[in-house]
Structures are given as structure tokens and as C-alpha cells.
Design a protein around this ligand. Structure first.
Ligand code: GLC
Length: 584
């Protein structure tokens, strides 16, 4: 969550069917390999699809489920085996589906339940599993629960949400990430009370202390699990538990609000209850957004003996990059530390981009004409060769870039727009703010997927809900299909390499040349197989100094065109070069 830098889931038949899917699509070990605690979700490459921007089938300018169905063969061709779909439930779309008004229906913009069933079937037929977003820190204010809750203080739904009666004065300040006034308490005259919303006013927080609410959520999860989905990504879940004695927080707490909002007492109890009631009954992959404030917090959510969740999704790595760049040394320290802390117990997600952040190549690479392709491939190499489950955001396989919006009118994201209004209200430097959001706004990652060079990048025949990046004429899937050295085809080689070599999933990670400010080099080692990965994160040729300098090795992959090169480990790498060797 701290990544808001702009200030801020089977019926019996399903189980049987999915075990066939598992055998087809996940890596096989060689006889003799011994790997502790193998799981399909550890061996997965997750492809995140932002449905609103992926492919519009009916020409209304908004991506939809039929659009995704039409692209299933493309998704399969990427070599990914799990898709995480951002929310597709009924929603008034204040926050693009993260404000759910009916958890058991499909958003009308996206299609129907029949479309969903077809999509799920099409994925399973191709050996791809489906992880759904579970948005239960809050609902929409248009959800029936909230409508009832606000109707009267004595409504049976009153305690589904957090209310503060106004006769008790103003509630202790809580920071809202999306509110124009940053105020998480919203006065509602109907019952003369304030309700809590950590996100927008249209996203009231659910009260997890209420066992009835928890049961509603668990039943809803079973509804989707019985349909045959394969997992849940739990949105903002680290915030669900709240200290409802509502203590005053120190002035300025909002600068470190995670420390106050994240992992509050009660959370682990809720997760253990969810595990017992739902998760233990299905073969589901579970990941919560955010991993708390400490390594211990993260372990406490995912260590298998605790029976809570499967893997942690921590923001430290993605948060390193700021508008003015980032330090590779710090980046290496963070990923190395997380790996070591999870080496024996627990499991991690590996990601550098998603729908809440800038584009991968614009944030961590170099999106100039000269270096976009090579740096994008280099970053993909990193993501596909680290221990943990990679989450790869749609469009990054093409090297899509930030669109470079210059006007507030181009933005659609509520968080960005509300913060803009906030900055206006406080007479901030708006030129500086526009510059900042051109780097950090969530809309940077939400422009339509660039399929081809036809109008609107082949995304829609209508008017796209958000502008298409003008570079679609040259950066698009159709163009990249034709080029064996494109980012797209390179990404396919990477997923195949990971699929064929479990060493990249489970192998021991060792950092090399630790103090090198330009190069990230590491080995991965499993059952006698040892891979060496060397990545130049800089725009200059850079020396690399490891134990393996000039030794003979099999070069498995190089992101430079015609980079089959020599089979001796290089002592220097070209700008943004990425090389993978198998050591002999
Ligand atoms: C999560 C989602 C983000 C959403 C927020 C509120 O952080 O990733 O897109 O706006 O939660 O649901």
C-alpha cells in the first residue's frame, strides 16, 4: 500500500479437473531431485490482467471478459500459468472495481456470469489457473449492506461497518489515502454519525469484528471457490483489523500510516478462521496485499504451520524507485534480505510493477528509444530468475511505457484526481504535482494494452476510457510477434527457461559482487545445478567481478540481439545487458 506515492479464490468436479490442469502446466522435476515442500503456486508465473484496459470486445471503450476470452491463446503463448484478474465484480467504479456493490455478480461493463464461466473454462482448458481479487477491507457505499447500515442506527447491518455517533464529538483523526481532505471519517446526516473509509468516501470499511460480516465474506469466498477458481489475492487485507477503541494517533502518523493501520491485533485470528472455514477445504493460492511492517509480520501471515496464507507480497522492493531514480545497492540489499529471511520458511512474491504503479520499464529501467527494449528485457530477466512467485503485469512483456500525460484531464484514477484537488486546495505547486504524477500516477500502468498499430492500438473500436499511449504505432504485440528478438519473444524464452529449470523456483540464491553499484549478479543452485545471472542496471558498460570471471559456462540467454556470445563468463556487461549462464 505504501506504493501510493502520490501522497498516497471448488466443487468436487473442479478439484478433479484442476489436478489434471496441474500436471499439464507446471514444471516436472528430474528423478532424484529432492525439493522440500513443492507447491503448484510456488512454480507459477502469475500474469496480472487489468480487465478494464486489456481488450474491449463490445466497442464501448472499456475492456471486458469477452475481450480476455478472445486473447486466451495469446496469454497461453506467454508461458504463464496463473492469471490474477483485478476485480470484476459489480461496482459503480469509483475505484475501478475496488468498490464492490455485489460480490456475487459481474460488473456490467465487463459482461455476465456466463462470460465469466466461459473465461474460467477457457483458462482451465489451457492449463491456466485463475486468481481473483478479494476486496473485503471495504465495500462500495452502493452495496446493499451499506445502504442498510446507513439507514438507521438499529439496522441489523449497522455493525457491518464502522460508525462513530456525532453526539460524541468528532472521531479521532484517521488518514484516508484517497480522500480530498485526507480525512477517513465521513459525516452522514441520515443517522448523524461518521463512517470510516481508509480509501475513498465511496469505499466504507467493513467491520471484521462482526462475526456475521466474516461469515458473509467466507460464504462469498466459497461461492467463487465452488465455481472452480484457483485462488485469491486479498486486497488491502493487512488493514482489515482495527483498534475500535479508536485511540488518538500521534500528530503526523499518516507519514507512516502502515505502522498504525497494518497488522492490527485480530488480523491473524481472522485469517486463521478464514483458513479453517474456507481455505482448508480447497486447493487455493492465497496472497495478501502488503506484508506488514516487519519480516516477522510477513512470516506470521504465511508460515505454513500458522494456517493463514501462502505467500507474502511485500512492497519494499517496488518502493525503492522514486522519481529521481533509485540506488541499485539498496535494491540488492532489499531483495537479498527478503530472500534470506524466507530461505527456510514461508514464500515470497517477486514483482516490480502492478496496476498501482508506473510501468516496469519507466520506473526501474530506461524508457528512452535507445534503451527501452534492452532494459525492459533485463528487468524481466530479474523477475523470472529470482526465488519466489513472479507476478508480471500485462503489457510489460511488450515493454509498454508510461504515457507521459501532461494534463490533469488525461487522468482517470480517483486517487490521482482527488489528490490533485487536495493540492489545489492547499495552494501547492501544481506544475510540480503534474510532473510527479507523470511518474507515479496509477494511470501510467492503466493505459490500454497495445495489440497492434490500428486505431486505438486494437484495444477498442470505440472511444477508450483512458487515452492510448501514442507510442502504440511502434510498441505493440503484432509488431513484436514478428520479431524473434522482441521483448515479447524474449519474455516467452524466459518463462520457458523458468518452467524447464526448477532451480529458478527453489534454488538457493547467493548475491555476488555485492558492492557493485551497476551490476546485480547472483547464483541460483539446486541439486547440483547452478545458474549465474548477471544484470547491468546502468546505461554504461560496467565491469562485473565474481568468482566466475572468464570461467567456461553455458550461456543460456542474453538480452542483446545476436547475443549468443562466448561461453566464457563475461567480465563486463553492455548497457542494461542481462546474461544467464549454467555453470559447469
Ligand atoms: C489496493 C488496490 C488498489 C485499490 C486499493 C483500495 O491497494 O491494489 O488498486 O485502489 O486497494 O481497494
Amino acid at each position: 500500500m505504501s506504493s501510493f506515492s502520490i501522497s498516497r479464490f471448488r466443487a468436487l468436479f473442479g478439484v478433479f479437473f484442476c489436478s489434471i490442469v496441474t500436471a499439464q502446466s507446471f514444471a516436472q522435476t528430474n528423478p532424484g531431485d529432492s525439493i522440500k515442500d513443492r507447491k503448484w503456486w510456488k512454480e507459477a508465473v502469475v500474469y496480472q490482467i487489468y480487465p478494464r484496459s486489456f481488450k474491449d470486445d463490445n466497442g464501448d471503450g472499456v475492456g471486458d471478459l469477452k475481450g480476455i476470452i478472445s486473447k486466451l491463446d495469446y496469454i497461453k503463448s506467454l508461458g504463464v500459468n496463473v492469471v490474477w484478474l483485478n476485480p470484476i465484480y459489480s461496482s459503480p467504479n469509483d475505484d475501478n472495481g475496488y468498490d464492490v456493490s455485489d460480490y456475487r455478480n459481474i460488473m456490467s461493463d465487463f459482461g455476465t456470469m456466463a462470460d465469466f464461466d466461459e473465461l474460467l473454462k477457457g483458462m482451465h482448458q489451457r492449463g491456466i489457473k485463475l486468481v481473483m481479487d478479494l476486496v473485503v477491507n471495504h465495500s462500495s457505499d452502493e452495496h446493499e449492506w451499506f445502504k442498510q447500515s446507513r439507514s438507521s442506527r438499529t439496522s441489523p447491518y449497522r455493525d457491518y461497518y464502522h460508525w462513530w455517533n456525532a453526539e460524541n464529538g468528532k472521531p479521532p483523526y484517521r488518514y484516508s489515502l484517497f480522500d480530498v481532505n485526507h480525512d477517513a471519517w465521513r459525516y452522514d446526516s441520515l443517522t448523524n454519525a461518521y463512517y470510516l473509509h481508509y480509501f475513498s468516501r465511496k469505499q466504507p470499511d467493513l467491520d471484521w469484528e462482526n462475526p456475521k460480516l466474516r461469515q458473509e465474506v467466507f460464504n462469498m469466498m466459497k461461492f467463487w471457490a465452488d465455481k472452480g477458481i484457483d485462488g485469491f489475492r486479498m486486497d488491502a487485507f493487512q488493514y482489515v483489523a482495527k483498534d475500535t477503541t479508536w485511540p488518538m494517533f500521534p500528530k503526523g502518523f499518516e507519514k507512516n500510516f502502515n505502522q498504525y493501520y497494518g497488522m492490527v491485533t485480530g488480523l491473524h485470528g481472522y485469517l486463521q478462521e478464514m483458513h479453517k472455514e474456507v481455505l482448508a477445504k480447497y486447493d487455493l493460492m492465497t496472497v495478501a496485499e502488503g506484508a506488514g511492517n516487519t519480516y516477522e509480520d510477513a512470516h506470521n501471515m504465511v508460515d505454513s504451520a500458522r494456517r493463514e496464507l501462502d505467500m507474502a507480497y511485500a512492497f519494499d522492493g517496488i518502493d525503492v524507485a522514486k522519481q529521481d531514480g533509485y540506488s541499485l545497492l539498496k535494491f540488492k540489499r532489499i531483495f537479498t534480505r527478503w530472500d534470506s529471511v524466507f530461505a527456510d520458511q514461508g514464500w515470497l512474491s517477486i514483482f516490480l510493477a502492478n496496476h498501482d504503479n508506473a510501468r516496469l520499464v519507466s520506473r526501474f529501467g530506461n524508457d528512452s528509444r535507445e534503451f527501452r527494449e534492452v532494459s525492459s528485457k533485463m528487468l524481466s530477466t530479474f523477475l523470472m530468475t529470482m526465488r519466489g512467485t513472479p507476478y508480471y503485469y500485462n503489457g510489460d512483456e511488450l515493454g509498454m511505457t508510461n504515457p507521459g500525460f501532461t494534463k490533469i484531464e488525461d487522468y482517470r484514477d480517483k486517487a490521482t484526481l482527488n489528490e490533485y484537488q487536495h493540492m489545489l486546495n492547499i495552494h501547492a505547486d501544481m506544475t510540480a504535482y503534474l510532473k510527479e504524477i507523470a511518474f507515479s500516477s496509477r494511470d501510467n500502468a492503466r493505459t490500454p494494452f497495445q495489440w497492434d498499430d490500428s486505431q486505438n492500438a486494437g484495444f477498442t473500436t470505440g472511444i477508450p476510457w483512458i487515452k492510448v499511449n501514442p507510442n502504440y504505432k511502434t510498441i505493440n504485440a503484432a509488431e513484436e510477434e514478428k520479431d524473434p528478438n522482441s521483448c515479447l519473444n524474449y519474455f516467452r524464452r524466459l518463462t520457458k527457461l523458468r518452467r524447464d529449470n526448477l532451480v529458478f523456483v527453489y534454488g538457493k540464491y547467493t548475491l555476488l559482487d555485492k558492492d557493485n553499484p551497476n551490476i546485480y549478479a547472483y547464483t541460483r543452485e539446486l541439486n547440483g545445478k547452478k545458474m549465474l545471472v548477471m544484470l547491468n542496471f546502468s546505461s554504461k558498460t560496467a565491469a562485473v567481478n565474481t568468482l566466475y570471471n572468464s570461467v567456461g559456462a553455458n550461456r543460456l540467454l542474453d538480452n542483446y540481439v545476436g547475443g549468443a556470445g562466448s561461453n566464457k563468463v563475461e567480465v563486463s556487461l553492455r548497457p542494461y545487458e542481462a546474461v544467464i549462464y549454467q555453470l559447469r
